[in-house]
Design a binder for this molecule. Structure first.
Ligand SMILES: NC(=O)c1ccc[n+]([C@@H]2O[C@H](COP(=O)([O-])OP(=O)(O)OC[C@H]3O[C@@H](n4cnc5c(N)ncnc54)[C@H](O)[C@@H]3O)[C@@H](O)[C@H]2O)c1
Length: 342
């Protein structure tokens, strides 16, 4: 299949094309390159040819001959959403809906959208399912619900969108992110030998390895249309719902010698447990290969191998908010987050 993947220079997007290419698909990437400076290790020999372009400037020509789109290129977390809520709506909501509309007009048959479990928002009784009401708490999460709503309306006999509500990712990627919980705690444990939490660590966080997200996408693209048409899938494994405290304990076990302490603050408006029953029973071939222990061990081995320094861990290229703030402050991107041509 001819597949266009947006966000190929990101944390998840850099891991996906090799999997498609190995399975005989043809991949073109699109990315504007906000985090291009962040490259932790040489991870793969197979990469996709990537168009250096903002998704807001995609034209029908870019979509000619494409059979499936996997759309990952957005401002990718709550803090970046808070940095510039208007731009988050511009890129994440309007940019994504425009891309899906153009894709449909160009004859693209499959559209896989990267949504997030953060759409569920606050704590509820029991595990939330795809049928549970959404309750987004941030501009980032609200945009995910708006894209789901609007792109769902485009579905017809020739256009099949699928919405992946990913748990919080973890694990190694050449385009590393240290601003997501497990990776951050692992980096702290490695560089400072100390994890000092202000909170009591009781909130729930469903986690999923970056490679398991990629596996879910591959399974979706290759699944019979009727299984994925207009479907929402929570992406992860019900056994991988952890309390933040448990994630820290797992890290401290793997990173031997790391001191662990907790505070008393229990307030957190993003605590939820998620059911991943649907994807595990409906999507052919999907089952997570990873859990938090295996991910922590993978990161320990990686940091050890590359002899990771504190400077590397703290480098802006690995923390989405820091890098965007830097690009704004140095006027490399303008107020609308387009690259300054001057
Ligand atoms: N990582 C997670 O824990 C997680 C969890 C749930 C959902 N998701 C979603 O998965 C997707 C990928 O996440 P990630 O962690 O790889 O994020 P990332 O920030 O590492 O990658 C996003 C990529 O998109 C590019 N991009 C951003 N805006 C763009 C634009 N306007 N035009 C072109 N390119 C643009 C960036 O340059 C970056 O390379 C995002 O949509 C994110 O919201 C991620």
């Amino acid at each position: 299949m001819k597949i266009l993947v947006t966000g190929t220079e990101g944390y998840l997007g850099s891991l996906l094309p090799p999997l498609f290419i190995e399975r005989g698909h043809e991949v073109t990437g699109v990315d504007t390159g906000f985090y291009k400076v962040g490259w932790l290790y040489n991870g793969t020999e197979v990469t996709a040819k990537t168009l250096n372009k903002d998704i807001r400037n995609i034209t029908p020509k870019d979509l000619q001959g494409i059979e499936a789109v996997v759309h990952m290129a957005e401002l990718s977390n709550d803090p970046t959403g808070q940095l510039a809520p208007n731009i988050t709506y511009d890129i994440n909501h309007h940019g994504s809906v425009r891309l899906a509309t153009l894709a449909k007009e160009a004859g693209v048959r499959r559209f896989v959208y990267m949504s997030s479990c953060s759409v569920y928002g606050v704590a509820t009784e029991g595990d939330v399912t795809e049928e549970s009401p959404v309750n987004p708490q941030t501009a980032y999460a609200e945009c995910k619900t708006l894209v789901e709503r609007d792109v769902m309306l485009l579905a017809d006999d020739n256009f099949s969108p699928t919405f992946m509500r990913n748990a919080t990712a973890f694990g190694a990627s050449p385009r590393m992110r240290f601003d997501i919980v497990l990776n951050n705690l692992a980096g702290l444990a490695w560089t400072t030998k100390e994890i000092k939490m202000i909170s009591d660590g009781t909130p729930w966080r469903p986690l999923v390895h970056a490679l398991d997200i990629c596996k879910a996408i591959v399974c979706t693209i290759e699944a019979p249309r009727d299984i994925v048409h207009k479907q929402i899938f929570n992406v992860g494994d019900t056994a991988n719902n952890y309390r933040v405290k448990e994630i820290a304990e797992i890290i401290a076990e793997v990173f031997v010698g790391c001191q662990l302490s907790f505070g008393e603050n229990g307030a957190d408006n993003r605590s939820y447990r998620v059911s991943f029953e649907k994807i595990n029973t409906m999507l052919p071939g999907f089952k997570c290969d990873w859990n938090a222990q295996l991910g922590a061990q993978q990161l320990f081995n990686l940091f050890n191998q590359i002899d990771m320094t504190e400077d590397t861990f703290l480098f802006r290229g690995f923390t989405r908010l820091k890098q965007l703030e830097y690009l704004i402050r140095t006027q490399q991107i303008d107020q609308d987050f387009f690259w300054n041509k001057k």
